[in-house]
Design a protein around this ligand. Sequence first.
Ligand SMILES: *Cc1c(COP(=O)(O)O)cnc(C)c1O
Length: 393
Amino acid sequence: MTLWVTFRMPENNMRFSTRAIHAGQPPEPLTGAVNVPIFLSTTFAQASPGKSKGFVYGRTGNPTRAVLERTIAELEGGKAGLAFSSGLGALVTLVESIGSRQRIVAIDDVYGGTWRLLDHHHRKFGVDVEFVDMTRIDSIRAALARARTDLVYLESPTNPLLRVVDIRAISRLSHAAGAHVAVDNTFATPALQRPLELGADIVLHSTTKYLGGHSDVLGGALAFRDPRLARRFAWLQNTVGAVPSPFDSFLILRGIHTLGIRMRAHEASARAVAEVLERSSKVRATYYPGLASHPQHRIARRQMSGFGGMVSFELANAGAAGRFARALRIFTLAESLGGVESLADHPASMTHASVPPEIRRARGVRDGLIRLSCGIEDPADLADDVGRALRRV
Ligand SMILES: *Cc1c(COP(=O)(O)O)cnc(C)c1O
């Protein structure tokens, strides 16, 4: 590509919030537009057959999308990025780029849709998937020793139990076994955690969540440490075609501009809510990596610069989840997360309903579990809302 989107910004040594607004996004040189224009054209003129200015056809490449891809790569500390129409669109392309008849070792606490895609869909195409508890380094070592593994796939913090795993240690073990490592960084975002700097090869995002940040656009992304690996994936991005529209690309970029400040506000909300939950006798367990009581709090402190906006907890009375959800006034009972507005989720019946109940419960996703996406309303109002709903159960 020969347009302005390719040139590397000198801001690499600047801090996150500065880079979120400027990295990969210099003004458009023809008009000086400060924000990237939404290029709707699906095709681009060629001077002579095969001679383009870098863009040929909208599925293969689009200037607005290219700026988004550049920006996500820069923020993750990567060399290349690819954008998709959803997080799962990114995941399909990721898994299929690694190859057929491959073996994947995946973390056992994953987003329900990820579980469904790997376990129900990719298995049909000869992909062998083993889910393991990666908080125990022995179990990942054993899984890698069992058979040649192509891809190690993990989330940290996990969805919905907010477990944290040691990305550096897992990357080292996986690489020694010849496997690529991909990290779903949707919950932490590059504002708080950069897996490529900890040794991972690929980062995946559902940009629908914090990167978009306003619950008004679906999207996904991959970022890569090695541009050669990215080229293989770009081929499949074009071949499969799960690409975002130019307008969606623009909206996600617009969201990214405020990511740094939003993540700080999300964290203030989550902390206020987690403290109310931890003090309540109605709550059996509170899961928030920022609490000193969290089992992996030390790893979280080491590999994250903040603990994010997601909090999960288990009600002592498992049958009261419905009553709790109905008593909330500010939190809306809805799937998804990462928007400015607070949302509550009952994983067993909503986001993780596609995981069979016996597997779900064995992994700790029980019927009394509630997941909260703490928005950027006033933290005191959110804490009051949760406190009031707890008094009703
Ligand atoms: C939502 C989500 C996904 C899937 O992304 P979509 O944009 O909904 O396709 C993947 N991973 C995590 C952690 C998510 O929260």
